[in-house]
Every structure is written in structure tokens, then in C-alpha cells.
Design a protein around this ligand. Structure first.
Ligand code: NIG
Ligand code: FE
Length: 416
């Protein structure tokens, strides 16, 4: 571990996305020919290289003339699980529709798994996220649905992610079949008190085949009373009341929002609730994509997440989600990049990440590309080649040669 006050100069950045609108030129606050100075975990200087005072730096990191963006902020993942559902995916691609009931397959596998196996799965997937540029990670429980299994799930999420969420009402477990009221009572009386010490957030799946409005509301109210922030899975598969519930409860975010009517859009536009779009889930379920343009044009704050889970979205690639958001949801490349960084931070009510500015956590993703537009323009290509999280180099692609993929005019400095 490096000394806390170590100073690192990140130099030779051809195109820096800061998300600091005060820099002018729009919400991305782009600086060309830029440098960033990091001290310990924080950014202490951002600006054009020409204004950089190099005296006193302990280390220089050369960006090779390429683009650097804020580390992605993933505000929606389900990594505490065992097993996988490739067969369900294959059947779906052959025409079988997705239904929430598939979650029970993962429920059984997760209950049977050891703590070590569950923690190992979270470690594996969180490393995948990190290698692809995600430096802030929210992680949900929700594949236990007993007090014991939710408590160990949320504890593992707490130990391995930045934000842990108790997804207490994900699917009605088989032993409560036909008795949702009894399940909700158990969640309120036993599960929330046992799990709240490990969680920052309470979440529910408000959907046909999952939990109804009144059930979801009772769980969220109990979570809020226990000091947890509120988030909702809503309007994923049907035009339900999830968005309405989220706005009424002052939720930080309502996630999926694939089926929205005018009242939903109006409610979100005048609320402090972020609409978190998870297009990889819609891609892998052939679900209807959200009407993202309508949300954005109405002034709704939009975040993008990958929603890694074994059922609907088994990807940890935020760049892939950016590409789908641009191609299929009609976000501009600028909107998609903002939603995957600053938008995710808003959805988690964090102001220390998702932006490159003085005092913020030094989280940077270095791209083997001249601008952030390439994240959508070159889908499926592993463009993230180095990741700095809280000032520390946490991932570096073995194959990367600084500046090799860039036009000849770009610099080819040495690395570290
Ligand atoms: O975010 N919508 C509910 N939860 C997950 C899916 C879980 C599963 O199918 O295992 C989601 O898509
Ligand atoms: Fe989800």
C-alpha cells in the first residue's frame, strides 16, 4: 500500500471527461491535453497540461494521449448468488418469455451454497467489473429470502462492494406460496432488523409475479424506519405501480422503467428519484426497452447500470451497456457516458464519485481510444486498459502498449 500522501501526476491525457459542468462546454466538462494530480485517494488538481506544475510528484502515469473518463458507477447489481441459468437463457432465445419465477432456481442454489462460495462469486464478478472500468459498485442480496440467507448475503455485499442493498422482497419463496402477507410480516419483523446493520439501502421487486404495491410499500416503509435509503425495481415487465411507489417514497432510484405512461414520466420529472436504465437486462430477455428519450427530454435524471445477475443480465460490462443505450435507447454517446458515471452516483446519492474534480475520489478509467465516443462506436472491444481507484492502480491490461492504438500524433510516453 502506498503512503497516504503520495502524489501521482496522470499526464498526457488527450481527452479527459470530468463531468464537471463548471468547466463549460456541456455536462461532460471535457478538457483536452489534460492532466490530473492525485494525492492519496483524492484529486487535488485538474486542468490543461500546459498549466501543470510538475514539481514534487512521486510518480507520473502516462495516459499515452488517449481518453480518460471517470470510473463507472454501477448502482444496480446482484452478485451474491450461486449457480447459473444458461439453459433458461437458451430456452428464452428459442422463444420462451422471461418471468420473475426463474429467480427461484437461483434461490435454491444460493441457499445451498457456503458463505465462502458466495463471497468467491462476488469477488470474481466485482473484479470483472473493475477490469472494465467500474470503480463504484452497489450489490444487492435477494437470492436467500430467509433471515439467515439474506443476512449472510447482505454481509457479503457489505464486505465486497461500496454499497450494500437488502433486496428483501425479490421473489416469494416456495415455502410461502399463497401467503405473501406472512412473508412480508417476516421481512418486517425479523429480516430487516437482522440485516439493517450491514445495508445502506432497502429494495423491492414491485412487479406482476413478484410483489404487489401494498406489499412492496410495507417492506420499504419498514426499511426506511430502520434507517435505510429506498430504491425500487419497477415497471420492468408490465405497466405497474413501481414508479409511482418510488416517487411517493422519495426513493433515490427506480430501476428498469421499461413500461412508463405519461403520469410516470411527469412524476419522475418533478421528483428527486433517478430513473436507472438497465438495457443489458432488456437485451438478454428481449424485453421492451425503456423510452429513454421521453424520460430525458422530460428532464428526468437517468442512470445506466449493468444489473449483473444470473437470470436476466449476466454481464459486468458497463461499456456494453453504453453501446446498447446509444444504439437501441437512442441516448447520445455523451448522455450515455454521463448516465454510467455521474448518473450512477446520483442514483446512489454519492457526490464523491462519478466526477473528476478537486476533492473527489480519484477514480479513472483509461481508454485505448481518442474519446469516450469509442465506447459505443467500438462495441465489444475491450477499450479499458488501465483503472485507477481511490488513487491506486487496480487494473491494467497485459496487452496494452501506451499510445499504440492512437493516431501517430498522440504521445507514446513511458508508463510508470
Ligand atoms: O434486476 N428484476 C428482478 N431482479 C433481477 C432479475 C433476477 C433474476 O432473474 O434472477 C433483475 O433483472
Ligand atoms: Fe435487479
Amino acid at each position: 500500500m502506498a503512503p497516504a500522501d503520495r502524489t501521482v501526476v496522470v499526464d498526457n491525457i488527450g481527452h479527459l471527461v470530468t463531468n464537471d459542468a463548471a468547466r463549460g462546454g456541456g455536462p461532460l466538462g471535457i478538457v483536452t491535453d489534460a492532466a490530473v494530480v492525485v494525492e492519496g485517494e483524492r484529486v487535488v488538481w485538474v486542468g490543461p497540461r500546459s498549466a501543470l506544475d510538475r514539481v514534487g510528484a512521486d510518480e507520473r502515469v502516462d495516459a499515452g494521449g488517449g481518453a480518460v473518463v471517470p470510473g463507472f458507477v454501477e448502482s444496480h447489481s446482484h452478485l451474491v448468488f450461486a449457480g447459473e441459468r444458461a439453459e433458461e437463457f437458451a430456452a428464452r432465445m428459442a422463444g420462451r418469455p422471461y418471468a420473475a419465477g426463474g429467480i427461484r432456481t437461483t434461490l435454491a442454489a444460493t441457499r445451498a451454497a457456503s458463505d465462502a462460495a458466495l463471497a468467491g462469486n462476488v469477488t470474481r464478478l466485482s473484479r470483472e467489473y473493475l477490469r472494465q472500468g467500474t470503480t463504484t459498485l452497489e450489490c444487492k442480496s435477494g437470492y436467500g429470502q430467509t433471515v439467515r440467507d439474506e443476512q449472510r448475503s447482505v454481509r457479503i455485499a457489505h464486505d465486497h462492494a461500496d454499497e450494500a442493498t437488502l433486496l428483501a422482497a425479490h421473489v416469494l419463496p416456495p415455502e410461502f406460496e399463497g401467503r405473501p402477507d406472512d412473508y412480508v410480516r417476516m421481512v418486517v419483523d425479523e429480516m430487516i432488523p437482522a440485516c439493517a446493520p450491514y445495508a445502506s439501502w432497502i429494495d423491492v421487486f414491485c412487479e406482476r409475479g413478484a410483489f404487489a404495491y401494498d406489499e412492496a410499500r410495507a417492506v420499504l416503509e419498514a426499511g426506511r424506519a430502520a434507517g435505510l435509503g429506498v430504491r425500487v425495481h419497477g415497471n420492468q415487465l408490465t405497466q405497474g405501480r413501481g414508479v409511482q411507489l418510488a416517487v411517493e417514497m422519495g426513493a433515490a432510484s427506480v430501476d428498469h422503467v421499461c413500461h412508463t405512461d405519461a403520469a410516470d414520466v411527469d412524476a419522475l420529472a418533478s421528483a428527486d428519484t433517478v430513473a436507472t436504465l438497465l438495457p443489458a437486462a432488456d437485451f438478454s430477455t428481449r424485453n421492451q426497452y425503456p423510452d429513454a428519450r421521453r424520460l430525458l427530454d422530460a428532464g428526468v435524471t437517468v442512470a445506466l447500470g449493468a444489473d449483473c445477475n444470473p437470470g436476466t443480465s449476466y454481464t459486468t460490462s458497463m461499456p456494453f451497456c453504453i453501446a446498447v443505450a446509444v444504439r437501441d435507447l437512442h441516448l447520445t454517446p455523451d448522455e450515455a457516458l454521463w448516465a454510467a458515471t455521474a448518473g450512477g452516483a446520483r442514483a446512489l446519492r454519492r457526490d464523491d464519485v462519478g466526477v473528476v474534480a478537486v476533492g473527489k475520489r480519484a477514480d479513472l478509467a483509461f481508454l485505448d481510444a481518442p474519446s469516450h465516443v469509442h465506447l459505443a462506436y467500438r462495441p465489444g472491444v475491450p477499450l479499458v486498459r488501465r483503472v485507477l481507484r481511490a488513487g491506486r492502480l487496480v487494473a491494467e491490461a497485459e496487452w496494452w502498449e501506451p499510445g499504440a492504438g492512437l493516431p501517430a500524433a498522440a504521445g507514446r510516453g513511458s508508463v510508470r
